[in-house]
Ligand binder design. Structure first.
Ligand code: COA
Length: 261
C-alpha cells in the first residue's frame, strides 16, 4: 500500500480504516488531503479483499474541522468553482458512489467540509463528544461540497434550513435525534463499534451490497441539478465583501462585521 503524508491506512481482515491525520489543523481538508483520500479510496476499491471502510480523524478533538480556510480565503469565484467541483468529484461524490459501504466514525468536530464528508459516507456513527455543523455562512460563504443537498436529504429540509442559516453547532445527542448519526458511542468505543458494524457488513454478499448501494442511490439522482446549483452559489459568494470579511476575521481570530454586500 502507498504511504501518505496526511492519512493513516490500517487494514484488518476485510475492513480498511482511513484516518485523516493532520491533527494540528484539526484535520482540515486541503487539496492534498483530498487528493490522498481519492487515491486511498481508489486502492480500497480495487482491492477485492476489502469489503467495508471506516473513515475517521486523528486526535481526540476533531473528525474534520472543515475545508482549509487558509487555502481558499484569497480565491476568486472561478477558483472557488473549480475547488468545489473538483472536491465534489474526487471525494464527496466518489464516496457516495463507492461500491463498498463507507462508515464515518465522527470522533469530534465535524464542521463545514467535515460534516459534508460524513454526510457523503453511507453510515455515520458519532462519539458523545462530537459536534457537527455547517458554519459557512458565518464566513460569508455556503457549503460547497454537497452539504446543502445531503443535509436536507439526511435530516430533512427544516433541519437543513436551520443549521445552514444559523451556522450553529449541534451536539451528538441532537445529531442522533435529527438522523445525522445512526448511533452514538462513548469516545473509547467508537472505533470498535465502527469495526463491528463494518465486519457485519463484510459477512454479506459484496455483489448484493453493491447492487443495494446503487439502488438506494438511484432514488437521489434527480438531485444532480442541486449539486450544480450549489457550486454556482458557492462560487458567487467569493465575489462578495462579506466573504472577504468572514474569512479575514477567522484568520485574524476576531468576530466578523458583515457589510451585507
Ligand atoms: N481551516 C484551516 N485551519 C483550521 C480550520 C479550518 N477549517 N479549523 C481549524 N483550523 C486550525 C486553526 O486555525 C488552528 O491553527 P493554528 O494553531 O495554526 O492557529 C488549529 O487548526 C487549531 O484550531 P483552533 O481554532 O485553535 O482550535 P479551537 O479548539 O480554539 O476551536 C474550532 C476549534 C473547530 C471551533 C475552530 O477551529 C473553528 O471554528 N474552525 C473552523 C470551522 C469552520 O468554520 N469550518 C468550515 C470551513 S468552510
Amino acid at each position: 500500500m502507498e504511504s501518505y503524508k496526511f492519512l493513516l491506512i490500517e487494514k484488518s481482515g476485510p475492513v480498511v480504516r482511513i484516518t485523516i491525520n493532520r491533527p494540528e489543523k484539526l484535520n482540515a481538508l486541503n487539496r492534498e488531503v483530498i487528493r490522498e483520500l481519492n487515491q486511498a479510496l481508489g486502492e480500497a476499491e480495487d482491492d477485492t479483499s476489502v469489503r467495508a471502510l471506516v473513515v475517521t480523524g486523528a486526535g481526540e478533538k476533531a473528525f474534520v474541522a472543515g475545508a482549509d480556510i487558509s487555502e481558499f480565503a484569497h480565491f476568486n469565484p472561478e477558483e472557488a468553482r473549480q475547488l468545489a467541483a473538483e472536491g465534489q468529484e474526487r471525494l464527496f461524490n466518489f464516496i457516495e458512489n463507492f461500491p463498498k459501504p463507507v462508515i464515518a466514525a465522527v470522533n469530534g468536530y465535524a464542521l463545514g467540509g467535515g460534516l459534508e464528508l460524513a454526510l457523503a459516507c453511507h453510515i455515520r456513527l458519532g462519539s458523545t463528544t462530537a459536534q457537527v455543523g455547517l458554519p459557512e455562512v458565518s464566513l460569508g460563504v455556503i457549503p460547497g461540497y454537497g452539504g446543502t443537498q445531503r443535509l436536507a436529504r439526511v435530516a430533512g429540509l427544516g433541519i437543513a434550513y436551520e443549521l445552514i442559516t444559523t451556522a450553529s453547532r449541534i451536539n451528538a445527542e441532537r445529531a442522533l435525534a435529527v438522523g445525522i448519526f445512526n448511533h452514538v458511542y462513548p469516545p473509547d468505543q467508537l472505533l470498535e463499534e465502527a469495526h463491528k458494524l463494518a465486519e457485519k457488513i463484510a459477512a454479506n454478499s459484496p455483489v448484493a451490497i453493491r447492487a443495494a448501494l446503487s439502488a438506494i442511490r438511484a432514488g437521489y439522482r434527480a438531485l444532480a441539478a442541486g449539486f450544480d446549483a450549489e457550486i454556482e452559489a458557492f462560487a458567487r459568494c467569493f465575489a462578495s465583501e462579506d466573504f472577504k470579511e468572514g474569512t479575514s476575521a477567522f484568520l485574524e481570530k476576531r468576530k466578523p462585521k458583515f457589510p451585507g454586500r
